[in-house]
Design a protein around this ligand. Structure first.
Ligand code: NCD
Length: 315
C-alpha cells in the first residue's frame, strides 16, 4: 500500500490507511497539526496555503463530525470545497463510482475526501485517478479511518507525550470499527507501551487481526491501571441481526460508568470518536466529565485534517 500512498521521496501522496506508514511521517503530521493550530490562532484566522485549490468531499455514508471537520479544515486553509451528496450509497458502486470520479476529475479537483461503506473504496478511487489529484480516506467499511486514528493520538499526545509509558485500552465493537484499526496502527507506530483491546467475543475480530494487542473480554480487568480508554459505538448498521446485543445487557458488561472509570488511573483520559450512544457504551457523567476528551478530539480533528490536506497538496 505504501507504493500507492508515498512518492519516491517518501512524501504522502494519498492517505488510505495508517498501516505501514513510517513513524516519522505520523509525527510530522501531528507536529504540523500543532503548528497549524498556532498559525490559525486556534482556527480563528484563515490561512491561504491552499488558495485556488479545490477539495471535493465524497461522502457515501452519513457523517457529522468527519465531513464538517474536513470542510472547515479545507476552508481554513483557503481552499474551495464542494460537498457532493449521495443519498443512497448502495446504488452507487463499481463502475458508476469510477465514472463519477472521472466526471469530477474532468472539472478539476485537487483532492477527494472519500467515505464509503465498502472496504477498499478510497484505494480503488486512488488507483483509478487520471489526474494528479490526492485521495483521503474518511472511512471505508471496517477497514480504516486514518485521520481519526491520527486525531486520537494527537489528543492523547497533548496530555501524555511519552507513548512508551502508556497503557491504552480500546473497548467496544472492535469487529466493525475502522477507528479501532487505525488507532491500533497509530498507537503501535508511535511505540505505545501496552495496547489492550476489549469487547464481547462476537464483536472481536480474529486475534491475527489485532497484532501487538492484549485481548480481554472482561472490561473491569481490562481497565485496571490504564492511562487512556477509547470507547467505541455499537455499529448496528454493520451487524447481522444475530450480532446485535441488547443495549441493557451490553451496557451492564461494557458500558463505561463512573464506577468502572475508577479502575483506570485517576487521571485517565476518556476518548470516543463519536457519535456517542449515552447509556449504551458510555454513561453521561463520564462522557461529560472532567476526564472526557471527546470534544477535544473534535477540536483537534480540524487541525489534524488541515495538516493532512496541506501535506498532500504540497503547501
Ligand atoms: C466513526 C466512523 O464513522 O467510523 N465516527 C467518526 O468518524 N467520528 C465511528 C462510528 O461511526 O462509530
Amino acid at each position: 500500500m505504501n507504493a500507492l500512498q508515498l512518492d519516491a521521496q517518501q512524501r504522502l501522496r494519498h492517505l488510505i490507511t495508517l498501516d505501514g506508514l513510517p513513524r516519522e511521517l505520523l509525527l510530522r503530521l501531528l507536529d504540523r497539526a500543532d503548528a497549524l493550530r498556532g498559525a490559525s490562532a486556534g482556527g480563528t484566522r484563515r490561512l491561504d496555503l491552499l488558495a485556488g485549490r479545490t477539495v471535493m468531499n465524497l461522502f457515501f455514508e452519513p457523517s457529522t463530525r468527519t465531513r464538517t471537520s474536513f470542510d472547515l479544515a479545507a476552508k481554513r486553509l483557503g481552499a474551495d470545497v464542494l460537498n457532493f451528496d449521495i443519498a443512497s450509497s448502495s446504488t452507487v458502486k463499481g463502475e458508476s463510482l469510477i465514472d463519477t470520479l472521472h466526471t469530477l476529475e474532468a472539472m478539476h479537483c485537487d483532492a477527494f475526501v472519500v467515505r464509503h461503506r465498502e472496504n477498499g473504496t478510497a484505494e480503488t478511487l486512488a488507483r483509478h485517478l487520471r489526474s494528479a489529484a490526492r485521495v483521503v480516506n474518511a472511512g471505508d467499511g471496517n477497514h480504516a479511518h486514518p485521520t481519526q486514528g491520527l486525531l486520537d493520538v494527537l489528543t492523547i499526545r497533548r496530555h501524555r507525550p511519552d507513548f512508551a509509558e502508556l497503557t491504552v485500552l480500546i473497548c467496544g465493537d472492535i469487529l466493525h470499527s475502522r477507528v479501532a484499526r487505525s488507532d491500533i496502527h497509530a498507537l503501535r507506530a508511535l511505540g505505545v507501551g501496552e495496547l489492550r483491546v476489549c469487547g464481547p467475543a462476537n464483536l472481536m475480530p480474529a486475534p491475527a487481526e489485532l497484532p501487538g494487542c492484549r485481548l480481554f473480554d472482561d472490561f473491569d480487568t481490562a481497565l485496571a491501571g490504564v492511562d487512556a480508554v477509547i470507547m467505541l459505538r455499537l455499529q448496528k448498521e454493520r451487524m447481522s441481526l444475530a450480532q446485535v446485543p441488547s443495549e441493557q445487557a451490553y451496557y451492564a458488561r461494557y458500558g463505561l460508568d463512573p464506577r468502572r472509570l475508577r479502575l483506570a488511573r485517576p487521571d485517565a483520559l476518556v476518548l470516543h470518536p463519536g457519535p456517542i450512544n449515552r447509556e449504551v457504551e458510555i454513561a453521561s457523567p463520564v462522557a461529560d466529565g472532567a476526564q472526557s476528551r471527546i470534544l477535544e478530539q473534535v477540536e483537534n480533528g480540524v487541525f489534524l485534517r488541515m495538516a493532512v490536506l496541506a501535506e498532500l497538496l504540497g503547501a
